[in-house]
Design a protein around this ligand. Structure first.
Ligand code: SF4
Length: 135
């Protein structure tokens, strides 16, 4: 089989931790949201995985690539995705990118969102170049 990837943006799913107790959770959320708005991948329902919602888990299983964006090393989103038996293909941890975690959700800088968006795009490009081997 050809190694050319057939991933479409809708087949690359983004799960952001979207944590409500810190800046980094909301940077994850905003970056994933903007990438989705730009049509480059599809943000999906992390809470639905945690809630064991069958339709959401089934839809997530159809993803060819799963990219997780976690705010910090607690890795809530990664754990949630793995908890339902799905594989994380690419992981971004925002505090690994020289962005400090601070309490409260309002300390969000556009430059930090842009930085994480750029990283997501690198992961998307990698996914598009690789063969989709999920199964
Ligand atoms: S990974 Fe960190 S920022 Fe995200 S929800 Fe968990 S504790 Fe909050």
């Amino acid at each position: 089989m050809s190694k050319a990837c057939i991933c479409k943006p809708s087949e690359i799913m983004l799960f952001a931790c979207s944590g409500g107790g810190s800046n980094v959770g909301q940077i994850a959320n905003n970056a994933a949201l903007e990438i989705t708005k730009e049509g480059k991948a599809k943000m999906y329902c992390l809470a639905g995985l945690g809630g064991h919602v069958p339709g959401i888990i089934e839809a997530a299983k159809q993803a060819k690539k799963i990219i997780v964006i976690d705010g910090c090393p607690v890795l809530c989103a990664k754990k949630m995705v793995e908890h339902v038996g799905l594989k994380v293909d690419e992981l971004i941890v925002i505090t690994d990118e020289n962005i400090e975690k601070t309490p409260g959700v309002f300390d969000i800088k556009n430059e930090d969102i842009e930085k994480i968006k750029n990283l997501i795009e690198i992961k998307i490009n990698r996914a598009v170049e690789e063969a989709p081997e999920k199964g």
